[in-house]
Design a protein around this ligand. Structure first.
Ligand code: S6P
Ligand code: ZN
Length: 183
């Protein structure tokens, strides 16, 4: 058993909880405005992830539980967001549920059609099979959400590193707007 602190949206530290941090420097090529990205502190934290993986990764039939905290910020006009991924086993799905903050779940299918679902405290999101997913923080406080996904889903980060998402979530006159970058 593990314990969630629901007020803070975090798992209580324990030897079984894996914690990772992603800094701007580790997210090269992810944000659209490369010169804005270069001008920022590469050590600045963009998001933190906790994962409870009670079975070995790759095991069929298990589930993993995690929390993510995306800091508030922008690279140029693009909101701070997670790297994003397809599941390596493309037919695996996932749930996200928001604890605190305001943002958007950005979804993209294999034909590169991209859309968003607004995230706010209490919103629960089903990420269907074969859909890439990432989360942007559009607010002024950290965006915290929990996730639950199959232990054999795996992560394909390479597809996103190579081709990105079809559209970026930008701050346009103070409002989040999905802007298509490629034709
Ligand atoms: C795992 C799940 C989340 C993300 C986390 C960070 O399937 O979707 O726990 O790993 O939000 O995002 P990313 O794109 O860096 O894995
Ligand atoms: Zn996932």
């Amino acid at each position: 058993m593990q314990r969630m602190n629901w007020a803070h949206g975090v798992l209580e530290p324990a030897p079984e909880i894996r914690e990772t941090i992603k800094t701007l420097g580790q997210l090269e090529g992810i944000f659209q405005d490369a010169s804005a990205w270069r001008a920022m502190d590469p050590g600045r934290v963009v998001y933190r992830v906790q994962a409870w993986c009670p079975v070995v990764e790759g095991t069929e039939g298990g589930l993993f539980w995690g929390t993510t905290l995306v800091e508030s910020g922008q690279v140029g006009s693009e909101y701070f967001m997670t790297h994003g991924h397809f599941h390596a086993k493309r037919n695996r799905s996932e749930y996200y549920a928001t604890i605190e903050g305001e943002g958007a779940l950005i979804l993209m299918d294999e034909s590169r059609k991209t859309w968003t679902e607004p995230m706010s405290p209490g919103s629960v999101h089903f990420i269907p099979p074969r859909i890439a997913h990432r989360v942007a923080n559009c607010g002024s406080v950290p965006l915290r959400f929990v996730a639950c996904w199959p232990s054999d889903a795996g992560h394909d980060y390479e597809a996103i590193r190579k081709s990105g998402f079809e559209a970026q979530l930008l701050n346009v006159n103070g409002e989040p707007k999905l802007v298509r970058s490629r034709t």
